[in-house]
Design a protein around this ligand. Structure first.
Ligand SMILES: C[S@@+](CC[C@H](N)C(=O)[O-])C[C@H]1O[C@@H](n2cnc3c(N)ncnc32)[C@H](O)[C@@H]1O
Length: 301
C-alpha cells in the first residue's frame, strides 16, 4: 500500500467505531416500536433492558454485515484451517466436533456451518466442506447455543429450526454466568462434558470475564478445544491508539449491548486454567492501527 492509501485506511479504522454506534443509534425507534409491539413496557423504563433490546434489534440487521467480514476467518477456524493467524486451504488443526457449546451465539450466524458438520450430514452438503471434514472427523453430535438476549435467542431458535438442527441444538436462553444454575434454565451442562467451546466476538460482552471464562474452561473435557475469534484491547499501535480505544469505550458499550473494547482476553483465557497448546494470535493481515484488533485461534485443554 502506498502512503496515501495507508493514511486513508487508518482513517477508516479510526472512524469505524463511530459509524457502528451511529447505526445502533438509528435503531432506537425500531427498538421502541418492537417493545411496544411485544407489550414489554418494563424495558422502556429500564436503561439496562432497553440497551439489551437495542442491541438485539441492531444485531438483527448489522450481524449479517459483520459476518461477511468475519466469516473469512471464522469459517476456516471452525473447519480447522487456521494456524498462527494464517488461513490455509487444507485442514491444519482440528475442525469442531462432538458436543459443542457456542457462547454468545447471537442469532445463529454460524449455525449453517455447524449444520454442515453435524453427524450424518455427509450426503447433503458440498464436496469442499466435506473434504475438509473427512480429513479429521469433525462430527458434531450435540450443540448448546448460550444466548441471553431474548431477541437474539428467539432468532437463534428459529434459525436452528430452519436448518433442521433443532434435534441436536439446544438454545440456552441465559448468560454464561447462569449455565450451571439449574433454576435459571431448563437444563444442565456438566463440568468436563463439552468437547469444543466456540466464542465469536462475545467474550467482550460477558460479565466478570475472569470468573466466567474459568466457568467455561471447567465445562471443557481434558483435551477439549476452545475456538476463539475475539476483538481485544490494543497492544500494538502505540499509546495514542490505546488511549483512543479507551475514549471510544466510554460510549461504545451503551450502543453495543455492553461490549467492552479494552479487554485482555488472552490473559483471561490463560488465567482460566492449563492449556496444553495455545494458538491465539492476531490474524496476519491486520494492520497495527486497528481500533478493534482481533485475536484468533484454538486453545487445547
Ligand atoms: C457481538 S455479539 C456476537 C454474536 C455472535 N457470536 C455472532 O458472531 O454473530 C455478542 C453476543 O454475546 C452475547 N452475550 C452478552 N452477554 C452474554 C453473557 N452473559 N453470556 C453469553 N453471551 C452473552 C450477546 O447477547 C451477543 O449475542
Amino acid at each position: 500500500m502506498d502512503t496515501l492509501a495507508t493514511i486513508w485506511d487508518a482513517f477508516i479504522h479510526v472512524v469505524d467505531p463511530w459509524r457502528f454506534m451511529s447505526i445502533s443509534f438509528r435503531h432506537i425507534p425500531a427498538t421502541i416500536r418492537g417493545l411496544i409491539h411485544e407489550k414489554d413496557y418494563g424495558a422502556l423504563l429500564s436503561f439496562a433492558r432497553f440497551e439489551e433490546a437495542l442491541f438485539g434489534t441492531f444485531w438483527a440487521t448489522i450481524g449479517p454485515n459483520v459476518k461477511l467480514n468475519a466469516e473469512q476467518r471464522v469459517i476456516p477456524l471452525l473447519e480447522g484451517r487456521i494456524k498462527d493467524g494464517v488461513v490455509h486451504d487444507e485442514v491444519v488443526s482440528t475442525p469442531v466436533y462432538g458436543t459443542v457449546l457456542e457462547v454468545g451465539a447471537g442469532s445463529g450466524m454460524y449455525a449453517d456451518v455447524f449444520a454442515r458438520f453435524r453427524e450424518g450430514a455427509d450426503s447433503a452438503h458440498d464436496n469442499e466442506s466435506l473434504r475438509h471434514r473427512k480429513t479429521t472427523g469433525g462430527h458434531i453430535t450435540k450443540m448448546y447455543g448460550v444466548e441471553p438476549n431474548p431477541i437474539s435467542a428467539k432468532a437463534l431458535g428459529q434459525r436452528v429450526k430452519d436448518l433442521g438442527m433443532d434435534d441436536i441444538y439446544h438454545v440456552v436462553p441465559v448468560g454464561i454466568e447462569s449455565v450451571d444454575d439449574p433454576s435459571a434454565w431448563n437444563g444442565k451442562i456438566e463440568p468436563g462434558s463439552v468437547d469444543c467451546i466456540v466464542s465469536i466476538l462475545c467474550l467482550c460482552s460477558i460479565p466478570e470475564p475472569e470468573k466466567n471464562i474459568k466457568l467455561l474452561y471447567n465445562l471443557l473435557k481434558p483435551g477439549g478445544r476452545w475456538y476463539a475469534y475475539e476483538h481485544v484491547k490494543v497492544w500494538r499501535g502505540g499509546p495514542l491508539l490505546s488511549l483512543y480505544q479507551r475514549f471510544v469505550n466510554l460510549v461504545w458499550p451503551h450502543f453495543l449491548g455492553g461490549c467492552e473494547l479494552c479487554r485482555d482476553t488472552e490473559k483471561s483465557l490463560r488465567a482460566a486454567g492449563i492449556f496444553k497448546e495455545i494458538d491465539f494470535v492476531q490474524p496476519v493481515a491486520q494492520p497495527p492501527y486497528q481500533v478493534l484488533p482481533h485475536k484468533i485461534g484454538i486453545l487445547t485443554k
